[in-house]
Design a protein around this ligand. Structure first.
Ligand SMILES: *[C@@H]1O[C@H](CO)[C@@H](O)[C@H](O)[C@H]1NC(C)=O
Ligand SMILES: *[C@@H]1O[C@H](CO)[C@@H](O)[C@H](O)[C@H]1NC(C)=O
Ligand SMILES: *[C@@H]1O[C@H](CO)[C@@H](O)[C@H](O)[C@H]1NC(C)=O
Ligand SMILES: *[C@@H]1O[C@H](CO)[C@@H](O)[C@H](O)[C@H]1NC(C)=O
Ligand SMILES: *[C@@H]1O[C@H](CO)[C@@H](O)[C@H](O)[C@H]1NC(C)=O
Length: 772
């Protein structure tokens, strides 16, 4: 209230000042005013305090002219904003009154126009003048926070004075009047931890805010106006401040000792166990790293960190062996290398746990001493010679005996004995098989009952070493020819040799003629070939058309091997140019080797055999027509039963012809339209092409073959039989022609020449070639 009075006083003073000025003007120049009728409005501005108490209307001010003499008919009037509603004027003396409580925060000034009009003529007597009524502010608004609640966050353990957040409050009052709109801030709850400055920025007040102790602070901030005065308005807001976690806590093992039992067969990379740790930081700030206190365990185990749980996973790096180490005692340290050491609570953080790993015994299969075995043996080795041995060991404490055998034993010339020796039981031949590769089984001999079969497999490669046990021979079957008139030293042919033994680079063949007396020269070329030349020249075909030249070929192996190979040289007739004109073919015949002839004869024999068997089978089939043990009459009757097929395409009752047609349609072009005229006989539509019907039959046969259910079509069973004791005899005409027939056709002979033909046909002659 004091403030309002003060304002009022100020306004009054201003008014008085202006009045006094007016008065002085009027008094100092009284003549002027009277002399000059020119008048003017004195004020163009008025003031009224907002929210003014007291009875309405409130006096605002006075419209005045600088001439005090007014025309009798003149009256004051106002126009403009809120004229004659909120503001009204006394038309006689120009007093303006306000008829409403005003709020500056709604409207701070009103623009109006002052008029002096003639009551009668309504003519303006004076120039209208604009003037303003200003609403004077009083501190009637408290500062308002822009939000009801604020959020802020700051890293835990931040330094003192670290920015947290900023709050803002706005005061609607007139900032030009006093401190009505000047806002100051103050923390009224939580000031032990946070401070706020003049413009609403919140900072930390301490440096030891620990999220692990308390993670949220509710701070109440007050905003207040009119600083330094007792009369002020204020409001409050809540600021929720969350502490952001930093990595400032070390992990610690939950147990001082972990114990794991692990079978020795655990695969490398397998999990041995898990080490649990506790880290009170938030999950993203848990980065536990594990390490072994003794480095030698690093080769056997590894610890990795589970990303989700932060726990340590103990992994196996090397195979375990119960027989060598039964227990591991490992110390493991957990730490966090990413920790912020500036703020960490511990100085030298270390969490150590003791891990006991008990290796459990597992009955394991035997282990071979080598991944595979490779031996060599000469092909001429004596029988039952020990080539080598395999050995395996039971890795378990039981150390059982091992029995060896050959996997998938074939008729090999090599055998593995029970105790692992490898011996040759048959003669070896490198030329047949140069390697003997096989799998050896090592099996534990288990006395327990039933025995637990523990076995493992090993590979054995045996190379058969070559011995020169094959003589060289002609590389191909040579059949050289020579002209009967060939001259001395004429080259007949070049020959070369091969050897089944290993062909070593140093291998040398030598050639010489077996007979001294000779019509040919064998010339060794010393490059593993030889040239055959004519020794004397001029052969006599009358004496010999073929010459046989035995050639000894020997190798330089250890021991040396040689063979005599005979070259058959044909003497041919030649023309003058030395071209062959006639050669005996004997050479060619001779070229047909014995095996070829044998094959030809065997083939011939087989063909004859097959033909004979087929013939015999045919005969037996004929006899087997009586397969069901029925007499001929019954079979005939079956044929009669067959006769019921009748029908055909028009008889749709007996047979479902559509099935047949469907097949036909599949293989044939669309069926020709049936003629509309009725048929005398069942009309069977013939297939237009031979192929169609045969194809159709094939299709039906195929269907029948693949039809698993039902009897095959050609089974006699599916037909009913006429009772064999039937009084009605068979209708079959077949047997009527048999010799047993009791009709005597001999009478025909007596019937004269007219029936001679019939008599000849059915007469005395027994009918032997009955078309059966
Ligand atoms: C009244 O005011 C008008 C304009 O402001 C001026 O021209 C005139 O001289 C004044 N008259 C007197 C008597 O002061
Ligand atoms: C403050 O944070 C809480 C929780 O995250 C949220 O629900 C609320 O809307 C936030 N308030 C403000 C004013 O941002
Ligand atoms: C046997 O093993 C050897 C060496 O691995 C190989 O060269 C050879 O081809 C093998 N022989 C057979 C018949 O598997
Ligand atoms: C036979 O061998 C000799 C010596 O190697 C060679 O000069 C000659 O050309 C060969 N003749 C034929 C017909 O191959
Ligand atoms: C050499 O050939 C002649 C006939 O051409 C024959 O009489 C003679 O026996 C042959 N000599 C030998 C050693 O074969």
């Amino acid at each position: 209230m004091k403030v309002k009075w003060l304002q009022f006083l100020i306004i009054m003073c201003c008014s008085l000042l202006l009045f006094s000025k007016e008065f002085t003007n009027a008094e100092t120049h009284p003549d002027k005013t009277t002399r000059r009728v020119k008048r003017g409005w004195i004020w163009n501005q008025m003031f009224i305090s907002e929210e003014r108490n007291g009875n309405l209307p409130h006096y605002v001010g006075k419209l005045q002219l600088n001439s005090s003499v007014l025309h009798q008919n003149a009256k004051f009037a106002i126009q403009g904003e809120s004229a004659n509603t909120i503001f009204k004027v006394n038309e006689k003396n120009g007093d303006i009154y306000c008829f409403e409580r005003l709020d500056r925060e709604k409207k701070s000034e009103y623009h109006l126009m002052a008029l002096l009009v003639d009551k009668k003529t309504a003519k303006t007597l004076e120039h209208p003048s604009n003037f303003v009524i200003r609403v004077i502010d009083i501190n009637d608004n408290a500062p308002q926070f822009t939000q009801k609640a604020f959020n802020g966050s700051v890293n835990e353990m931040s330094d003192r004075g670290t920015f947290v957040t900023k709050v803002t409050a706005v005061d609607n009052d007139d900032p030009t009047i006093g401190g009505n709109a000047e806002v100051t801030y103050k923390i009224i709850q939580g000031q032990e931890y946070f401070t706020i400055d003049n413009i609403g920025t919140i900072y930390t007040a301490v440096s030891n805010l620990d999220r692990e102790q308390r993670d949220t602070y509710e701070v109440v901030v007050e905003a207040r106006d009119s600083p330094g005065q007792n009369m002020y308005m204020s409001s409050t807001a809540t600021v929720i401040i969350n502490l952001i976690d930093i990595n400032d806590n070390f992990p610690t093992f939950t147990e001082s000792q972990f114990k794991f039992d692990v079978p020795e067969t655990l695969k490398v990379g397998g999990e041995v166990g898990r080490l649990k740790v506790e880290d009170i930081d938030e999950p993203q700030n848990r980065n536990t790293k594990y390490s072994f206190l003794k480095e030698r365990f690093q080769e056997i185990f590894a610890v990795t960190t589970n990303v989700n749980t932060n726990e340590g996973i103990l992994i196996l790096k090397k195979p375990l062996d119960y027989e060598s180490v039964k227990q591991y005692n490992v110390d493991i340290e957990a730490t966090d290398p990413l920790i912020d050491l500036r703020v960490a609570k511990q100085t030298r953080p270390k969490s150590i746990t003791n891990v006991i790993i008990n290796v459990l015994d597992v009955d394991e299969p035997p282990v071979f001493s080598k991944p595979f075995y490779k031996f060599e043996i000469s092909e001429d080795s004596k029988l039952n010679n020990i080539i080598g041995f395999v050995s395996a060991k039971d890795p378990d404490a039981a150390n059982r005996n091992i029995r060896y055998s050959m996997r998938n034993f074939k008729d090999e010339p090599i055998k593995v004995t029970n105790n692992g020796n490898i011996i040759n039981v048959k003669t070896l031949d490198r030329e047949t098989a140069d390697w003997h590769n096989f799998t050896v089984v090592a099996e534990e001999v288990d006395p327990s009952n039933p025995p637990i079969k523990k076995e493992s497999l090993g590979l054995v490669f045996i190379k058969v070493l070559d011995v020169n046990d094959n003589a060289p021979e002609f590389a191909e079957p040579y059949a050289p020819r020579v002209c009967e008139n060939a001259a001395h030293q004429t080259v007949i042919t070049n020959i070369s040799a091969t050897d089944k033994d290993e062909m070593k680079p140093k291998m040398k063949f030598t050639y010489y003629s077996a007979k001294k007396e000779n019509n040919f020269t064998v010339q060794d070329n010393h490059d593993n070939t030889a040239t055959i030349l004519v020794k004397y020249g001029y052969f006599n075909r009358e004496v010999a058309k073929f010459h046989y030249l035995p050639i000894v070929i020997s190798d330089n192996g250890q021991p040396e091997q040689s063979s005599t190979n005979t070259l058959t040289i044909t003497v041919c007739k030649c023309n003058e140019k030395g071209e062959f004109t006639f050669c005996e073919e004997a050479g060619k015949l001779a070229a047909v080797s014995v095996p070829t002839i044998v094959i030809i004869f065997v083939s011939l024999f087989l063909i004859i055999l097959v033909v004979t068997i087929l013939a015999v089978l045919r005969r037996m089939q004929k006899k087997n027509t009586n397969i069901l043990g029925k007499n001929t009459a019954e079979i005939h009757e079956q044929l009669v039963t067959y006769d019921e097929e009748g029908g055909g395409e028009m008889d749709t009752n007996s047979y479902d012809v559509s099935v047949l047609n469907s097949v036909r349609r599949n293989v044939q072009r669309p069926r020709q339209e049936m003629e509309a005229s009725p048929y005398l006989y069942a009309h069977v539509q013939k297939p237009t092409r031979n192929g169609d019907m045969s194809f159709m039959i094939e299709v039906k046969k195929d269907e029948a073959d693949n039809d698993g259910e039902g009897l095959p079509y050609d089974t006699l069973h599916i037909f009913g039989y006429e009772e064999s004791e039937s009084i009605v005899e068979s209708l079959s005409s077949i047997e009527s022609g048999s010799s047993e027939s009791d009709i005597d056709y001999d009478v025909l002979n007596n019937w004269g020449p007219r029936f001679k033909m019939l008599a000849d046909l059915y007469g005395l002659e027994p009918i032997e070639d009955f078309p059966y």
